[in-house]
Design a protein around this ligand. Structure first.
Ligand SMILES: Cc1cc2nc3c(=O)[nH]c(=O)nc-3n(C[C@H](O)[C@H](O)[C@H](O)COP(=O)(O)O)c2cc1C
Length: 190
């Protein structure tokens, strides 16, 4: 089973990046974190029938297509989805790599109640893209600051680690039930 992760934060010392790395430690298989920082702004003129996508877009699509499950870990900006992450998702709408793909959404915030808006919006967008949002694998993590070791940049809070472990288990269980992503060969010959 292959997993692809998207981080909604481009920050070098991102708390969501720390959550993502800590979550992936509970995944027993190949995992890739897709690079969304290099993507151009989504433009439907570059996304038409037969258009050759910009190279970073093609790379993102190939990475997501090859994965059996998708993990999205993100902060919330102004009660919404960070623009860089929404941009990445927009590039995946028409090409369909998220269709039927089991998806987990995890948001982490420094605030006691933060992240719920972005979490709900991400689930809505991914459902619209006909991804299979696995609710048992979705988490909102409040007050993330002291739950991370600043040296290792990993989650150290036991309750949060336990939560991430059960979330990853729910995601991989859903992915196992859905079956593997089609191979590139099957996709091109279909
Ligand atoms: C422009 C901006 C807007 C933000 N808006 C929110 C918000 O609406 N809700 C929230 O929980 N945190 C908000 N934050 C705080 C972020 O959650 C915080 O900076 C967090 O550390 C970002 O995630 P990261 O550490 O993964 O980069 C905002 C931060 C910035 C820079």
């Amino acid at each position: 089973m292959r997993l692809v992760a998207l981080s909604g934060s481009l920050r070098a010392r991102s708390s969501n990046g720390a959550v993502l790395r800590s979550a992936l430690a509970f995944f027993d298989g190949p995992a890739t974190t897709a690079d969304i920082a290099a993507l151009p702004h989504f433009n439907p003129d570059l996304d038409g029938e037969g258009a050759t996508p910009p190279e970073p877009v093609a790379a993102l699509r190939a990475t997501v297509a090859a994965a059996d499950a998708l993990l999205v870990v993100s902060p919330e900006y102004a009660h919404g989805i960070p623009g860089a992450l929404k941009n990445a998702l927009d590039w995946l709408v028409s090409s369909g790599e998220c269709v039927d793909k089991p998806v987990a959404v995890i948001t982490a915030s420094p605030f006691p109640t933060g992240g719920d808006h972005a979490n709900a919006q991400l689930r809505e967008v991914l459902r619209m893209m006909t991804g299979q949002v696995v609710m048992d694998a979705c988490r909102e993590i409040p007050a993330i600051g002291p739950k991370i070791d600043p040296t290792t940049e990993r989650v150290t809070d036991e309750a949060t680690l336990n939560d991430l472990r059960t979330a990853l288990h729910a995601l991989t269980t859903a992915a196992a039930a859905t079956g593997p992503a089609p191979t590139a060969e099957a996709t091109t010959t279909a």
